[in-house]
Design a protein around this ligand. Structure first.
Ligand code: SF4
Ligand code: ZN
Length: 709
């Protein structure tokens, strides 16, 4: 037996012993019926659930799991046996971590790690992962001999947009090295115990359940999914003990290669477990092993530029200058121009640069683009990216759009030499990179002169905004000749297809009909394909022969019939990354909608996570449907079931967010004023009987509609 497999079995046996004792102690203390659960998940102990189908809910469920765990440890020298022992370690770690949540609701309070990652966060990662915005997931574990080594590696991952999870003393090393930690920076500390590495494993496991429609108990299917679809890998720093080694074997079993910074010599397993003692090569080696390719963007600006900086917040005390609509004229506009009227790559700052000594400036960002294939409809699609592109600059914060924006530049970025003309370089480079199919020429004018900025806002931008709003208002499913597919999420949910229409955006909320149209134009063989709509079968439910054919083709036969407007009759499928989910509440003869951000209870007796677990993976589940926020105020929302009038409950934040548009729709469709006043939220009740009382008192229309089921 090799030294390596010896170590793996030693680690697994140690974890098995610890787990068995911890379970016995917990039962002795709390009794078999004591409930155990991770917070905010519908997948129980996710690894155990996915691998065996067992739904751990109370302490009494655990001894059987410990037996399964022990049976995985054969102590035989073959690689397969060693990998199974690694899985046993994962199961043990999951149980040990789960027991922490028995002792305290928030066992990670006081630790710099976050512990268990709730389901909604995983769902929110769906779109960035499928678009390649997050190209991979790194797990960095241990304690580096020299802190700089790990700081350099993590910064490199951050600048490449990867999501990095930290376990062990590397957390402090990285924090002290000046790396900002948090989900928004894509550097997430999990915890100090090596068992906390399970919290990233369960992310991968739940991805299989949420997006991959994995059947619980299908261990082979689970391992295939994580290997093929979850682009994760592990880096260890510093000496590794037997438990780390056996955890590493678990990672390898899931298909995640491990790169360690100690020399393993002949114990290396090519492609799965490799040594890299030169830390300047760790990143390259890891990405190669996992087959992750990074598109590098070299921009002529003095600060870093990466999607990982998108969530950066710049506080007043750290800010050098600000452009804020509340104080000065600001606007952002992308406009199609006559090719002869603009000069490619011309970047002009019209008015003072930001080193003129002021703190606050007006700013009109005016981008003119021209190209043979450019269409006015793509202006807003490009314009919407300004928000992200500005945010990608380290030391720049951008919120809002159009004439309602706030942009801050940090002192740090200013000191590094960042000026407004660099903003122009960023816009130019990104537009030419991402929209090269439709844009041949691009000119950027950044206006800080107050009178000139005012002129751009009043005479150019405002009329364009108004025109666009009118166009969007008048754009209905009936007014266009084509819909589009979106199959972007197939990398995680292989049989899922969104059908995107003017009145129904993609369920992730990120793909409108105009976006899909632009995507199709930019990449004709890409994820957004044209769907004709010549053969309507049924108007009420939005059933088309053409749509069915498209869905059948692009789901590779997994799906044959889909309606656009019904939630009960062949509803559209969900991949898992939906912004909201709606479900039927029979007691109130209506629909409850809940958004990903809301973690509380709903009158259906289920949380967002629990409702969300009823659907996903490209499977149809009548009665539950994922959708985007904007769809709520659509005239086509659940039209077959009676439309928006069916909505009886939403979390308050969501209700407030959609109120204006939803009230307008309700007024137009059914003549109701201030409809959202009739809709309950968590401040009213989460109890079905009280909900009905509330609706009765308000005279909510759902109560007198045809029975929903
Ligand atoms: Fe995924 Fe649908 Fe959004 Fe496309 S529109 S990215 S398939 S959720
Ligand atoms: Zn998705």
């Amino acid at each position: 037996m090799s030294a390596l497999t010896d170590l793996i079995f030693a680690g697994s046996n140690a974890v098995a012993g610890l787990t068995e004792k911890a379970v016995a102690d917990a039962i002795a203390k709390h009794g078999e019926d004591a409930k155990v659960a991770f917070p905010d998940t519908a997948y129980f102990f996710p690894t155990i659930y996915a691998a065996t189908g067992v739904k751990v809910a109370k302490l009494g469920d655990l001894p059987a799991c410990v037996n399964v765990l022990k049976s995985l440890i054969t102590n035989k020298p073959e690689l397969g046996d060693a990998l199974n022992a690694g899985l046993a370690t994962a199961v043990g770690a999951e149980i040990l971590e789960g027991l922490k949540y028995l002792e305290s609701a928030n066992p990670y309070e006081g630790d710099s790690g976050i512990g268990f990652v709730p389901d909604p966060i995983i769902r929110s990662l769906g779109v960035p992962l499928v678009t390649g915005d997050i190209p991979g997931v790194a797990v960095v574990l241990g304690k580096a001999e020299s802190a700089q080594d790990v700081v350099g590696v993590v910064k490199d991952y951050q600048s490449k947009g990867l999501m990095t999870f930290l376990v062990g003393d590397v957390i402090e090393q990285v924090a002290e090295g000046g790396v900002k930690l948090g989900l928004e920076f894509r550097v997430v500390p999990l915890g100090h115990d090596v068992t906390s590495v399970i919290h990233v494993v369960t992310v991968a496991v739940r991805a299989a359940l949420i997006f991959g429609s994995l059947q619980p108990g299908d261990l082979a299917g689970l391992l295939k999914y994580t290997k093929e679809r979850v682009p994760a890998f592990v880096n260890t720093f510093g000496p590794i003990d037997e438990v780390v080694v056996s955890a590493g074997a678990g990672a390898i079993a899931l298909g995640f290669p491990v790169v360690t910074d100690i020399d393993l010599g002949e114990n290396q397993v090519p492609g799965a477990l490799e040594s890299e003692t030169d830390h300047s090569l760790t990143v390259k080696k890891s990405l190669e092993l996992r087959g992750i390719k990074i598109k590098v963007k070299e921009l002529p600006i003095p600060v870093a530029f990466a999607s990982a900086f998108e969530g950066e917040i710049i506080r007043k005390k750290d800010m050098k200058v600000e452009f804020y609509s509340g104080k000065n004229v600001t606007c952002e506009l992308v406009r199609m121009a006559d090719p002869d009227s603009i000069e490619d790559h011309r970047i002009v700052v019209d008015g003072p640069e930001i080193d003129s000594g002021e703190v606050e400036y007006p700013l009109a960002t005016f981008v003119e683009v021209a190209g043979a294939k450019m269409q006015a409809d793509f202006e807003s699609v490009i314009e919407r990216h300004i928000h992200a592109w500005f945010n990608y600059m380290e030391g720049v914060m951008h919120t809002g759009q159009r004439n309602q924006v706030r942009i801050r530049i940090s002192k740090d970025a200013f000191d590094k030499g960042l000026r407004l003309h660099h903003f122009g370089e960023v816009l130019y480079a990104m537009i030419m990179d991402e929209f090269d199919t439709v844009v041949d020429k691009c000119q950027v004018t950044l206006v800080t002169d107050p009178a000139k900025a005012e002129h751009i806002l009043k005479d150019i931008a405002t009329p364009v905004y108004n025109q666009r709003d009118d166009r969007l208002q008048s754009m209905t499913d009936e007014s266009v000749d084509t819909f589009y597919t979106c199959t972007m999420c197939q990398s995680f949910a292989p049989s899922h297809v969104c059908i995107v229409t003017p009145e129904r955006l993609g369920l992730c909320g990120a793909v409108s009909w105009l976006d899909a149209k632009a995507t199709n134009e930019l990449n004709p063989s890409g994820p957004c394909q044209i769907v004709t709509k010549q053969h309507m079968i049924d108007e009420r439910t939005g059933r088309y022969e053409d749509v069915n054919e498209a869905v059948k083709q692009y789901s590779h036969g997994a799906l044959e019939n889909v309606t656009l407007y019904s939630l009960l009759e062949d509803p559209m499928t969900s991949c898992g990354c939906f912004e909201c989910i709606c479900g039927i509440i029979p007691e109130a003869n209506g629909l409850v909608i809940v958004n990903r951000e809301y973690s509380g209870m709903t009158p259906t007796g289920m949380t967002f996570g629990e409702l969300a677990s009823m659907t996903g993976g490209g499977v149809q589940t009548p009665g539950f449907m994922g959708h985007g926020r904007h769809f709520i105020s659509s005239k086509k929302f659940a039209r077959a079931e009676g439309g928006v009038e069916r909505i009886v409950w939403m979390p308050k934040e969501l209700k407030d967010d959609v109120a204006e548009r939803l009230n307008r729709t309700a007024k137009e469709l059914c003549g109701i004023d201030n409809f959202t006043d009739m809709i309950a939220d968590e401040t009213v009740t989460t109890d079905p009987a009280e909900l009905v009382d509330f609706l009765t008192e308000k005279g909510h229309p759902a109560l007198t509609m045809d029975p929903i089921m």
